[in-house]
Design a protein around this ligand. Structure first.
Ligand code: RIB
Length: 306
């Protein structure tokens, strides 16, 4: 599971300061609505996934970038409190830290707009400086709030070493064949799977993605419908969701991906890792905010035992 030479999971990705507006309902284009409450907390898909992994008791490193502003200090201090290895998270001179503006409605649905700031300055060569650490890890996990160049560097470093390479293609954008060929596991949600494949049905989308990435396991997360799992060569199996009452779906996918990575690093089978990840997503939707909603190992176990 762990490795004397470094972290078992390395997450390469974004970190943002999240401004979350609680609204009765999400505005339509051209409409103004009043927020009932505003909250401010650390987020960003990369940081959320790294924290979710670390909270499972798995040594985890985060590779990312913050701005040279007071928010950058706040973000680094918050991540350090989560026991993350931040050796390769750097401050970018002259850049603002990433910010996310999130609206959450009365039934937990959300919209998110990200101003990437320093996240956009994370380069391939930045990630290359962490290549030796990534190559020694059991799992490298990345997402698409950073440049393709940084994503390719992260996955390539994993491939060059012994790490299982995992991509959460969020937010979705076109992925070229070279990038897909570097993925051992691809974890879109159903919306992202539809955008990437052109197929609305989740199972058809998973099969279309499998044809584009024949060496990869495809895992499609479907919220309250659970997850679909398609290993190379098939067949598709379904892992049910754990029923909960959602208050805020922000970071549910990040909880899933971080716990999936941690479980795989701990040597769980893929099916067991997806079960744990599904419980993590269920936990996350019952608590407001991104990082505050990410489960500890005991939370995941309680939901699976319950
Ligand atoms: O996935 C949720 C995250 O998306 C938020 O924390 C926000 O920062 C954006 O990156």
């Amino acid at each position: 599971m762990t490795n004397d030479a470094g972290p078992a999971v390395v997450v390469v990705g974004s970190v943002n300061l999240d401004f979350t507006l609680e609204v009765a309902r999400l505005p339509v284009p051209g409409e103004t609505v009043l927020a009932e409450r505003v909250r401010r907390a650390i987020g960003g898909k990369g940081a959320n996934q790294a924290v979710a992994s670390a909270r499972q008791g798995i040594p985890t490193a985060f590779v990312g970038a913050v701005g040279e502003d007071p928010e950058g200090v706040e973000l680094l201090e918050g991540l350090a409190r989560e026991s993350l290895d931040l050796t390769f998270t750097r401050r970018v001179e002259g850049a603002p830290s990433g910010r996310a503006f999130i609206a959450v409605d009365g039934i937990g649905r959300n919209t998110v707009i990200v101003a990437g700031g320093a996240n956009g300055s994370l380069t391939g060569p930045d990630v290359d400086t962490a290549a030796a650490m990534i190559g020694r890890a059991a799992v490298v996990l990345t997402q698409l709030e950073i440049s393709d160049e940084a994503v390719v560097a992260a996955l390539s470093a994993g491939r060059a070493g012994k790490a299982l390479t995992v991509l959460n293609p969020a937010p979705a954008r076109p992925l070229d064949a070279r990038l897909l060929a570097l993925c051992d596991v691809l974890v879109p949600n159903s919306t992202e799977a539809a955008i990437l494949s052109g197929c609305d049905d989740a199972e058809t989308a998973a099969q279309a993605l499998a044809r584009r990435a024949p060496g990869a396991t495809i895992i499609v997360t479907r919220g309250e419908e659970g997850a679909l799992l398609l290993p190379p060569g098939g067949p598709v199996t379904s892992v049910p969701a754990i029923p909960v009452d959602p208050v805020d779906t922000v970071a549910a996918g990040d909880a899933f991906c971080g716990v999936l990575a941690a479980a795989m690093a701990a040597g769980r089978t893929l099916t067991e890792a997806v079960r744990q990840a599904t419980a993590a997503g269920a936990h996350a939707v019952t608590i407001r905010g991104a990082i505050p909603s990410l489960p500890r190992a005991s939370d995941v176990a309680a939901l699976l035992d319950g």
